[in-house]
Design a protein around this ligand. Sequence first.
Ligand SMILES: Nc1ncnc2c1ncn2[C@@H]1O[C@H](COP(=O)(O)OP(=O)(O)OP(=O)(O)O)[C@@H](O)[C@H]1O
Ligand SMILES: [Mg+2]
Length: 813
Amino acid sequence: MAITDTLDTYSASALEPFEATLPLLPLKNVVILPKSIIPIIVGRDMSIRAVEHALKMDRLLFVTSQKDQDVESPTLNDVFTFGTKAIILQDPVRMPNGALKILVESIGRAKVEQIYESNNFLHALYVDVPSANADDSIKLHALWRQLRKTYLAYTKLDERAPANLIDNIQTPTEIDHVTDTIAVHSSLTFQERQSILETADLHERMLQLCTLIEKEVDILETEQRIRGRIQHQVEKGQREYYLQEQMKAIHKELGKEDQSAEIEELRAKAKKLKLPEDAFKQVEKELRRLEQMPPLSSEASVSRHYVDWILSLPWHTMTKDTISIKQAQHILDTHHAGLSKVKERIIEFLAAKKFSKTLDRSPVLCLAGPPGVGKTSLVKSISESMGREFVRISLGGVRDEAEIRGHRRTYIGALPGKIIQAMRKARSKNPVILLDEIDKMSRDAHGDPAAALLEVLDPEQNKTFTDHFLDVDYDLSKVMFIATANVIENIPYPLFDRLEIINISGYTESEKLAIARQFLIPRNLQEHSLNDAQFTISDELLKHIIDVYTKEAGVRQLERIITKLMRKTIQELLQDKKKKSVEITSELLLEWLGHSHFKKTSLNTKGHHIGVATGLAWTEIGGDVLEIETSILTGKGNVTLTGQLGDVMQESAHAAISYIRSRAKELDIKGSFHTNRDTHIHIPEGATPKDGPSAGITMCVALISALTKNPTRNDVTMTGEITLQGRVLAIGGLKEKLLAAKQYNFSTVIIPQENEDDLKDVRKEIDLGSLNIVLASTMEDVLAVAFKKNPLQKEVRNIKKVTRKKTTSKAPQ
Ligand SMILES: Nc1ncnc2c1ncn2[C@@H]1O[C@H](COP(=O)(O)OP(=O)(O)OP(=O)(O)O)[C@@H](O)[C@H]1O
Ligand SMILES: [Mg+2]
């Protein structure tokens, strides 16, 4: 509006005819368009003088731009022909450097024709250039509308451009002036402005301006789009950055910062371990879940627990086998005395393994025998001689499949089964795993642990063993499993079928003595920091201990007593400083150990031996003797069995009675004894349950003795199953039974003929000394040895008597 106002104020004088000459003010870098007001700093002396001159006159100047900015005293060729007449609006302000600051308003186009210098400043000879085509025409209005629209669009993009400039403009003169003003407010280049200045034709000028502004609008719009995009990107980046920072802060607050580091660590470890593909996938899945969970939640600890387990298992690590047969033999010998047959089998097994590297399908060894005979310690020695890791799994009391195979990990506190736990302990893929006490497993409603073990031991299946907790396959095919058992009969059959049983029977007294001398005493002396001069014990006393204070097949109790004696010795040495050593005597033994807890089965060796027979029994702790007593009382034919006899033993008793009835005549027994006599069979130590068929012949001998009043031999003992026909069948546990017979100083033992081969084996293992062994295939054979007088011989004797009578009667003839 200000421009329009000034326009009105000066229009009267502006249209007046001027002198054709005006002081020239050449400008550098600036084009002044008509109707614009601008401040100008006038620095050149020549120009200052021109301004001063104009001020003295009518304040008018001719203003034009220099073509070359560096020229100081321009000539006509150095300036643009088109310029404007301008009026100085205010009194100039002198600047400290002597320059003048003036405000001028351009009032119309003019063209310089001549330049000359006088009074030390330049003068321009000029002509006015009025606007052409500035009539009230349709084209003008059309052009105006276009220009207006374009400018309006422009003002929206450039807020410095005043939008009210174009309000209420109607007349051609107004349009003419506003067109120039628009040019002033649009950001045109120096050249473009000069071009607008030089276009006096209004139509032409408006068109040109339209094009220029449109171009500018285009540029501005593009610029805006670009700016928008940049801003969007910057904003997006900023937003993400901000959110990440916020997340970090939240994690830190929740204590998750450590967790992220921990997760990364676990991930790196999983990569390094080269886990099998499905295990790796499971770990990755759990880790991703873990990232989403609050670190202290129970789910997080379940996940972490799982990943820890997977990462702690040996997936590829293997130890190198060092099977040297010589070394293996040496290691077995340094840890165990005797057991030559067992060691031989083990060496055989190791040799086969060494010979064929692919012998992963070899049967699983099972060392079977009574407690304390060195099964567990032998397996340890096997692993040592192979240079493999050793882990023991105790199966005693396991009755749930999950104990072998683990619980599903969805349960809180779930763990892998014993097998996988053992693998973690082993830290290698090929350890020796001892399945200890495989016969002590039981089963309940939660599945059969033996069935799970089957998979573990089966070379076809154990390559891909699945533990419920791990939920991924684990390869057990490189593991060497060895089992131990006390009672083979208690091993579930399918398992038994896969085992190669090596029997270790109990030790004889002399073997025990040797073990004590060579192993137990030296080892325990060392453990108690005693030397062999400080603690001495004679072989006789050791034998006495074995005999009286222990009742076992192995040497565990013996070892316990030896350590007890050593502790007492230490106490003695500490109490009496002058004492340097302790020699164990029988008095000391009685003082320190008291009387034996184990009473030897007391045998009725004195008195008459009618209705009594001694049998041999096999128990888990070795062989023992059983004294069977019978009595025949007047009654109604009842049979009473006492002494906690099991079913099988009771049936044996009935079989014996039936046999006797069938042979009553030969035995000279009244055939009606089973109807008018009560039979009572008792086996002492009544509180101990007894079972098995092997007391059959003994019960039969005792009954015959009672019925015939014929005493049995008290130096004879026996074992064997009886049939109704009187055949004697094979029994088990021969070695232990013979050991017991020897221990109780029997002179003769009757055993079934069917056990002849076993006897040969036993003879190889133990020295039976003077023990007389009778092989019996029928009851007749038994009766011939068991009695002082063979009850069957009665008949024979009678017949002989008769024959002799006959002969004597014949003789006189
Ligand atoms: N022949 C032997 N030589 C040396 N020491 C032996 C011998 N037999 C057993 N021992 C020792 O007897 C102890 C008991 O042995 P171990 O524990 O191996 O018996 P086990 O047969 O596994 O018994 P259980 O059936 O009760 O588990 C160990 O200290 C062992 O060293
Ligand atoms: Mg053991």
